[in-house]
Design a protein around this ligand. Structure first.
Ligand code: GLU
Length: 376
């Protein structure tokens, strides 16, 4: 997982963006970068910690603009290098007019890249994201929102993106499909981020951008639409969030914090599911599917990382206690191989964040093949 922060308003964007990136550090990343518009497009990016990026920007004397985008990357296409770090720009020959940040994967990037190369584009990185930046540049005819919509109509895959353009310093365009994105609504400002932790310090009013939606933000207004420019409603709501949950507190590392939080997390998780008086376990979400589960022929658990370990344990328990054929698989393998899904196959997807791209894609694959799916 990685992070996106974007800002448009009246304050200096840089400190807000850097602080936002630091709030997202717990998500893990390999590099970080920032682009700010201040007459020109100011860009800094570097592998390593956000602090390193901060030092890099400080050396330039700091960026002063009031609109900008920032990113922490978890590489999927291209190695962990400064060059592959985001933001990425449109073609150099067009004057690097547009910069974007992106979480997710552009699945059809290689055919788009070929098309753009035939049109004379040259690429500076190995990323799928740069291809999207070039495509937006190619389709740009003086309106960033329209160019983003047009480019996204050509794209398959998952994305949360934010884009800025040198010729439109009062416009920030963001969009999402599959990857999370939230828009914080302040007074004459908007803070966009991949999770609320980067927003709550500034405002508790926010809306989650719906899937397949593009938002055009100016300093005092916003409009949301589909990629085909059909208006979409966005409901601004009060964010309920406890900052302490994502702050390190007295711990030195997030890993240590999570280890110490395990007893509390388990208690919260079991609360409402264990009836201590009757000695019964009540799994509300699963109960309604009890009949289906009782007749299941096999159960496959899919996940990534730590969730995959949960999958392994769950599959052993399912066999031992449920007496059903059970196995587990990396979601990333499951989605790309040709999994056998028969009648009575149950697929259980486990994700800590609920937004692991490979797990969501595996779930979609399983559903398309007719499996009965449970998302945990
Ligand atoms: N696919 C993009 C890349 O490799 C984005 C990865 C991310 O979500 O951070 O640069």
């Amino acid at each position: 997982m990685c992070g996106i922060v974007a800002y448009i308003g009246k304050r200096h964007a840089l400190p807000i963006l850097i602080e936002g990136l630091k709030r997202l550090e717990y998500r893990g990343y390999d590099s970080a970068g920032v682009a700010i518009l201040d007459g020109k497009m100011e860009i800094a990016k570097s592998i390593g910690r956000v602090r390193k990026l901060e030092e890099l920007v400080e050396k330039t004397g700091g960026f002063k603009g009031t609109i900008g985008i920032a990113h922490t990357r978890w590489a999927t296409h291209g190695g962990v290098t400064d060059r592959n770090a985001h933001p990425h720009c449109d073609d150099k020959k067009l004057g690097h007019n547009i910069a974007i940040i992106h979480n997710g994967i552009i699945e059809n990037y290689s055919s788009l890249k070929k098309y753009l190369e035939e049109k004379g584009h040259t690429f500076e990185s190995e990323t799928d994201t740069e291809v999207l930046a070039h495509l937006i540049g190619e389709l740009y005819k003086g309106d960033l929102e329209k160019a983003v919509q047009a480019a996204l109509r050509e794209v398959t895959g998952a994305y949360a993106i934010a884009a800025i353009c040198k010729s439109e310093p009062d416009v920030l365009v963001v969009a999402r499909k599959g990857s999370p994105l939230m828009v914080g609504v302040g007074k004459d400002e908007y803070i966009v981020a991949s999770d609320s932790s980067a927003i709550v310090a500034h405002t508790t009013q926010a809306f989650t951008l719906a899937d397949y939606t593009v938002a055009k933000l100016t300093r005092d207004s916003f409009r949301t639409s589909t990629v085909d420019d059909v208006p979409v409603d966005a409901q601004v709501k009060e964010l309920e969030f406890d900052l302490a949950e994502i702050e390190l507190g007295d711990f030195q590392h997030f890993m240590l914090k999570e280890i110490y939080e395990q007893p509390g997390a388990l208690r919260t998780c079991l609360k409402g599911r264990v009836d201590t008086r009757s000695g019964q376990i009540v799994l509300g979400g699963v109960l309604q599917h009890a009949k289906m589960l009782a007749t299941a022929r096999s159960v496959t658990f899919v996940g990534q990382g730590t969730a995959l370990h949960a999958c392994m344990i769950a599959s052993y328990l399912m066999e031992e206690l449920g007496k059903v054929n059970a196995d587990w698989d990396y979601a990333s393998e499951f989605r790309y191989r040709n999994p056998i899904v028969e009648e009575g196959t149950v697929v259980v997807a486990i994700s800590q964040s609920g937004e692991t791209a490979d797990t969501l894609a595996a779930l979609q694959e399983a559903k398309q093949r007719g499996a009965f799916c449970l998302e945990l």
